[in-house]
Design a protein around this ligand. Structure first.
Ligand code: ADP
Length: 474
């Protein structure tokens, strides 16, 4: 279940040095992975580069068929994959199964979408010329993925890459490598040829440096922190690679007096506490119109207080542990800072220190002000600060006052008000009366420092393609 080797050129490889992986709910060691470095990173690019020569030549239909076999195998192994994920990442089994289904939706979507990589013909300005545009796979793709969605962040990159005809070198997060390795094993079982998917585990920087500097890697796709995204962006300039970056977020959620309050409460809980608050699209700040603030706050707090914290393997758990101790420390520091600046804790507020595991209670704070850390620094944990407004335009201004621009949420039943707010928000994804907008067929990505490019949807495959213009003289 917990594979302890990495996959390069169809071979499962060990290294002398290894890294331990722990269960965040128990702090116990689950297993270990190879601590690969520059040598393995290089071998992976060699393999991917070799495999590209044949994989890129196969038809999209042929590649799509193999992707659908992979899809099928993932579906058949959903319970095992969910258990691996919960054990290494912490999220509840319910959420883990949901993530596997979500991950798989990228595979089936792109298996089809690969067949629709259309070109163009353009009218020429001379009668004896013909102008064509065709699209072709960009080449070897390097993918670096985070721990919060150990499966979905991988398939969202690998499925379009493979469908387009690219080959991949992947470095999953060292916190959650086992889901990635099992997915790769299923890809192999599905018949995806050797060298098309290579997984290198180990410390990030030495692996990533090799990929950054190797001119054969034509595209780097990354999901993770804005800090690392910036390092990769400058590193990729060395060989001018195409880049996709899905970075941090600081999602505002605006509720006006014209909202359907039951819906707003339910969706705010879902958006804030999904994965224990550890998603880049999780609500980070709640802005509620003064006249309905009390009603919202009371109902929201009551629902949050019902959330059950525990080991994700326990079926009754809603919220598992955070990924590690520093994640808990960050949330604790934000709570302390908020209280010091006048915030009032309505529920939660404590880390669970009398047991093993990185648990912290789902927390609601009212009277939040924009100078609190939680109102401008990404929380990545189960803390919901609530602030009020009397003027919608003021709420929009405050919501936009962030270097991030990934997701934002708006709750109102008034169509004019909705359009006004949605158009003014500087965010790439808007959930309008919807706390869960992500879908394989929709473009996911952010404005400003939240990233570059879009994943998912028909746009998501473009990032793995080069455009070739052919001018034919007759
Ligand atoms: P998070 O805070 O969500 O863990 P990170 O950006 O630290 O986000 O991690 C996301 C991915 O980036 C992980 O696979 C991690 O190993 C990798 N990573 C971390 N540091 C670097 C680095 N200097 N260069 C390349 N990748 C890195």
């Amino acid at each position: 279940m917990f594979l302890n080797k990495m996959l390069i050129n169809g071979e499962w490889i060990s290294t002398e040095k290894t890294m331990d992986v722990t269960n965040p709910a128990t702090e116990e060691k689950i297993g270990s992975i190879p601590n690969g470095g520059a040598k393995e990173a290089q071998m992976a690019v060699d393999a991917a580069s070799e495999a590209f020569t044949t994989w890129s030549k196969r038809t999209a239909e042929d590649r799509g068929r193999l992707l659908m076999k992979w899809f099928q195998l993932i579906e058949e192994n959903i319970d095992e994959l969910a258990e691996i994920m919960t054990t290494e990442q912490g999220k509840s089994l319910k959420e883990a199964r949901g993530e596997i289904a979500y991950s798989n939706s990228f595979i089936s979507w792109f298996a089809e979408e690969g067949k629709r990589i259309y070109g163009e013909t353009i009218p020429a300005s001379s009668p004896n010329k013909r102008l064509f545009v065709q699209k072709q796979p960009i080449g070897v793709v390097a993918a670096i993925t985070p721990w919060n969605f150990p499966a979905a962040m991988i398939t969202r990159k690998l499925a379009p890459a493979l469908a387009a005809g690219c080959t991949v070198v992947l470095k999953p997060s060292e916190e959650t490598p086992f889901t990635a390795l099992r997915l790769a094993q299923l890809a192999e079982e599905a018949g995806i040829p050797k060298g098309v998917v290579n997984v290198v585990t180990g410390e990030a920087a030495p692996i990533s440096e090799v990929w950054q500097n190797d001119g054969r890697v034509r595209k780097l796709t990354f999901t993770g922190s804005t800090r690392v995204g910036k390092i990769l962006m400058s590193g990729a300039s060395e060989t001018v690679k195409k880049l996709s970056l899905e970075l941090g977020g600081h999602a505002p959620l605006i509720i006006t007096k014209r909202a359907d309050m039951e819906k707003a409460v339910e969706q705010a809980v879902a958006s804030k506490f999904r994965n224990g608050g550890q998603t880049c699209v999780c609500t980070n700040r709640i802005f509620v119109e003064e006249s309905v603030a009390e009603e919202f706050t009371t109902k929201f707090t009551a629902k949050v207080a019902e959330l059950r914290v525990g080991n994700g393997l326990d079926e009754s758990t809603d919220i598992g542990p955070l990924i590690n101790k520093s994640a808990v420390d960050k949330v604790k520091a934000q709570i302390e800072d908020a209280v010091q600046k006048g915030g009032e804790i309505l529920t939660g507020g404590h880390a669970l220190t009398d047991q093993k595991g990185f648990f912290i209670e789902p927390t609601v704070i009212k009277n939040a002000t924009d100078d609190m850390l939680c109102m401008y620094e990404e929380t990545f944990g189960p803390l919901a600060p609530i602030t009020t407004f009397t003027d919608v335009d003021d709420a929009i201004r405050r919501a936009n006052n962030s270097p991030y621009g990934l997701a934002a949420y708006v709750f109102t039943e008034d169509i004019k008000e909705a359009i006004h707010i949605v158009e003014a928000l500087e965010y790439g994804i808007i959930g309008l009366n919807d706390g869960g907008p992500s879908a394989a067929q929709a473009p996911f990505g952010g404005f400003k420092e939240s990233g570059l490019g879009r994943e998912g949807s028909r746009h998501g495959i473009e990032d793995f393609l080069e455009m070739k213009y052919i001018s034919l003289g007759l």
